[in-house]
Design a protein around this ligand. Structure first.
Ligand code: ADP
Ligand code: MG
Length: 626
């Protein structure tokens, strides 16, 4: 509980005690009025002030105004009619404040829960100076500094392990409870918790560019992007509140006039004004206004618990309507870790060909390049390489030891006019040309991720109509992978621009209601991530560009998480609609009862606070998805 909530609680208790006490004191007339004014002002002064401010700023119609008019009106009525019954107006204000208090407490609590779950922000980094460890602000650590992470500490900054081995708990980042091993030479991302051994890590990024900072930025900014349901609420409130105010005014004035003029009965102003005031109390739309954003917030929190970062409530809404899922192949459905399977038609020594390939690829971030560098196995001497050009979706050209090396697919060879030999093995073929002469090819192959097949099935089970795979790789490999995974349709040998075109074609041939998601690792597909209705990026392996361009980021690159994200979004949206229907439904019933005089203010306020509490509790359910 914060200070504001504590003060409010004290005010609630004082007002309640005074109100009960006053019921035992038999005073009448002005003294009674003044005595009752005390608890009323204790509990309601801020509402009156806010209503006054609203009127001054010409933003009259809000819930403060509704409460102020209703309670002041009820007190005035009691005064005029000399009934001395002020209890009701005060109780209405009291319960309203109890509701507000509960709401701020619940919202605060769930927000805090979510940030606790996301408790990945490191407080310090250990830097070794003169043989002693010093705690410094992670923001001040420069790239290339060696930091020490002891067991139990969070890895504060992204880097490479230079000494030690340990297992890392990544659950705060990925929702995965399985620990990940880290040893010398491995890259580690910030936000993991070091569990067993001491690690010396050389940082490769600044803190602000590290994984933790990126994630925290995403989560903090997520709630500022509004979804259509939230828009609906603010539009609704803008029309609704003035509408009920005028309806209340009509209810107070018209029936008495009709009674007098047309029916010749006494006007009975008191009854109708009371009904109008009750009508105002009932009409307060707080349950709706608060529970919708809270539901989305909880949904985003629940998703990030599971290792899925959703950048805004609008994306949660789109995700829930996803019917077509388009995948990139390499790095998304496959691991993007290629093994060299064979080297054919080679004039040189095999090792020499791999060496040329690895050196030419030394500047590329493509999984193929990483794998070739690994196959080479030795330190890469960058001074031997110059004039590197990467042609995305084709390959690379570079000058290595003065030799013009081209490494890439058929398209690259065609564009250079180098005749190449076709390969009969299934795999990704890296043709090599040295000084414009064909020098054989390296066959490499990739493995599908362990969950890819299950992931495609899970998507089907969760109502996705169509799955499509796009790849720049050769047709043979593409069809083999698609067949193995049960993908509906595959397009191969695409350049990055072709991928955008294909997605646009798919977007054109579907109905507006069916949303299309594209899942990729951002290498050669970042533009597509932006073009799809919803772009889902692989966060751990994916490039920074992907994380930037995507709307949803999967922290541990597990394609199973796509179906999970869709399930979470569906549940969240279901809760949102339940709350909208429930709150508006109860409102309308109570309004009707109030207008005909069945509901009094007591019932009205109980209905309102009750609906709000139920809606908030319902919203919190969005945090939890199996
Ligand atoms: P995917 O769509 O499967 O992710 P990409 O569009 O990234 O594939 O690449 C398509 C093809 O382009 C690869 O299969 C490979 O033949 C070739 N290619 C792309 N980048 C490189 C590279 N750095 N070195 C060699 N070949 C490459
Ligand atoms: Mg790719």
């Amino acid at each position: 509980m914060n200070k504001k909530q504590r003060t409010m609680l004290v005010r609630i208790i004082i007002a309640a005690v005074l109100l009960i006490a006053l019921n035992f004191i038999p005073v009448t007339g002005w003294i009674r009025f003044l005595l009752y004014l005390v608890p009323y002002l204790v509990i309601g002064y801020d509402i009156l002030l806010k209503a006054g401010k609203g009127i001054r700023n010409r933003q009259v119609f809000d819930e403060n105004f509704l409460m102020a008019v209703a309670t002041v009106g009820a007190i005035a009525l009691a005064l005029l009619e000399r009934s001395g019954d002020y209890t009701e107006a005060i109780a209405v204000m009291l319960f309203y404040q109890v509701g507000e208090w509960f709401q701020s407490y619940a919202v605060g609590k769930s927000r805090r829960n979510i940030s606790e779950l996301m408790d990945i922000r490191p407080d310090y980094a250990n830097v070794e100076r003169d043989g002693k460890l010093e705690k410094v602000d992670p923001d001040e650590v420069e790239i290339g500094t060696v930091i020490v992470v002891q067991p139990g500490e969070k890895v504060p900054i992204d880097g490479t392990v230079i000494q030690g081995s340990s297992s890392l708990n990544t659950s705060a980042l990925t929702g995965e409870s399985l620990p990940r091993d880290a040893k010398e030479g491995d890259e580690v991302i910030s936000g993991c918790i070091n569990m067993t051994g001491v690690l010396k890590i050389q940082t490769t990024k600044e803190f602000g560019e590290s994984t933790v900072s990126k994630i925290l930025d995403l989560v903090e900014n997520a709630s500022s992007r509004k979804s259509r349901s939230e828009d609906f609420i603010s539009k609704f409130a803008r029309i609704y509140t003035p509408a009920v105010c005028y309806a209340a005014l009509a209810l107070a004035i018209l029936p008495p006039l009709v009674r007098m003029a047309a029916l010749g009965l006494p006007a009975d102003w008191g009854t109708w004004i009371y009904r109008a005031l009750t009508f105002l109390v009932i009409s307060c739309p707080c349950a709706l206004v608060i529970s919708i954003p809270l539901s989305f917030f909880a949904g985003i929190g629940g998703a990030s618990n599971a290792g899925v970062l959703v950048k805004g409530s609008n994306y949660l809404e789109t995700l829930s309507q996803t019917k077509i899922v388009v995948f990139d192949k390499t790095g998304t459905l496959t691991q993007g870790v290629f093994e060299v399977n064979g080297i054919h038609h080679n004039e040189l020594e095999d090792a020499k060909l791999v060496e040329y390939a690895a050196l030419a690829e030394s500047a590329s971030s493509h999984p193929i390049s990483k794998s070739l560098q690994k196959a080479y196995g030795k330190e890469i001497d960058r001074s031997r390489v110059e004039d590197i050009r990467e042609i995305s979706g084709n390959g690379v050209i570079a000058r290595v030891d003065g030799v013009e090396v081209a490494a890439g697919n058929d398209k690259l060879m065609d564009s250079l006019g180098v005749p190449y030999k076709n390969c009969h093995s299934v795999g990704t073929i890296i043709h090599m040309a040295l000084d414009g002469k064909y020098a054989g090819h390296i066959v490499i192959s990739d493995v599908v991720k362990p969950h890819s097949r299950e992931a495609v099935q899970a998507l089907k089970a969760s109502g996705v109509r169509r799955t499509v795979m796009l790849t720049g790789d050769a047709r043979k490999v593409a069809e083999q992978v698609a067949g193995e995974l049960g993908i509906d349709k595959v397009y191969s040998e695409l350049l990055p621009a072709d991928k955008v075109e294909k997605v646009e074609e798919l977007l054109k041939n579907r109905s507006e209601k069916e949303k299309l998601a594209f899942v990729g690792d951002g290498i050669n597909d970042a533009p597509v991530l932006g073009r799809a209705d919803i772009g889902i990026a692989m966060g751990a392996m994916g490039s920074d560009a992907a994380i930037e361009a995507a709307d949803v980021v999967l922290m541990d690159d597990d394609p199973m998480k796509i179906a999970k994200a869709i399930r979470i979004s569906r549940k969240c949206l279901r809760i949102v609609y339940q709350n909208i229907v429930f709150a508006i439904g109860i409102k309308l019933i109570c309004l009707a009862l109030g207008a005909v005089g069945i509901a009094n203010m007591w019932l009205a306020i109980f209905a309102d606070v009750g609906v709000m509490i139920l809606a908030v509790l319902n919203a919190i359910r969005a945090l939890f998805v199996k």
